[in-house]
Design a protein around this ligand. Structure first.
Ligand SMILES: CC(C)(COP(=O)(O)OP(=O)(O)OC[C@H]1O[C@@H](n2cnc3c(N)ncnc32)[C@H](O)[C@@H]1OP(=O)(O)O)[C@@H](O)C(=O)NCCC(=O)NCCS
Length: 180
């Protein structure tokens, strides 16, 4: 993880700055703690390794929390937010798309989440392509929400998909596939 989370071009759209080795270690420890059953807002964090070399080339995460009522009290349903970062050596090979699509399977099929969301700064073209490719819906663009690392105010795009939309898309794919 240190090999890519220490690179300025990787962290330009991430909430943290370039990370040192110790900071990466602390981050992994924190994620293991939050991954334990019983954590208030559990985090499912997975490493991506390249099958050919066994090298860790990226990580993906799904942050989980109860869906809330309008009075902000937790309901019986849960929702997730996904995120990812990959080493530039492997960008453009479709790995983030493959991994993010798998997170939707875990989230909707295995965990039964009600909604999965993602945020991406509007100038993060690669991330937008990943989100669109896995079938997420662009719901909003919030103008000039955060001061970017280059000193300009960045627009933030909000993406989401509902459980029933994901299952409907799966059913359509299965029908299209069987028609071939
Ligand atoms: C976002 C990120 C995970 C994408 O990883 P990736 O493995 O390259 O993604 P994929 O190969 O699955 O798909 C990327 C798509 O974006 C396109 N793309 C990549 N860089 C692009 C650019 N600068 N301009 C236009 N399109 C671009 C690719 O051609 C591909 O499009 P396609 O699906 O139509 O072929 C990677 O760029 C990354 O780790 N960035 C740094 C961390 C980050 O920003 N995380 C997301 C925070 S919201």
């Amino acid at each position: 993880m240190h090999a890519y989370r220490s690179l300025p071009e990787v962290v330009v759209h991430l909430s943290h700055d370039v990370l040192g080795r110790d900071e990466v270690g602390a981050r992994i420890t924190e994620r293991i703690e939050r991954g334990r059953a019983g954590a208030e807002r559990p985090l499912l964090a997975l490493a991506l390794d390249d099958r050919a070399t066994g090298r860790v080339v990226g990580d993906v995460m799904l942050r989980l929390e109860p869906s809330r009522s309008i009075s902000r009290t937790p309901t019986e349903e849960w929702e997730g937010t996904l995120g990812y970062a990959l080493h530039p050596d492997v960008h453009g090979r479709g790995l983030a798309t493959e991994a993010a699509a798998e997170l939707l399977v875990i989230g909707f099929q295995d965990l039964g989440l009600r909604r999965i969301a993602a945020d991406a700064y509007a100038d993060n073209v690669a991330s937008a392509r990943v989100l669109r490719s896995i079938g997420m819906r662009h719901e909003a663009t919030h103008r000039a929400t955060s001061l970017g690392k280059d000193g300009t105010w960045l627009d933030d795009t909000a993406w989401a998909l509902l459980r029933e939309e994901w299952w409907a898309a799966r059913a359509r794919q299965a029908t299209d596939g069987s028609a071939d």
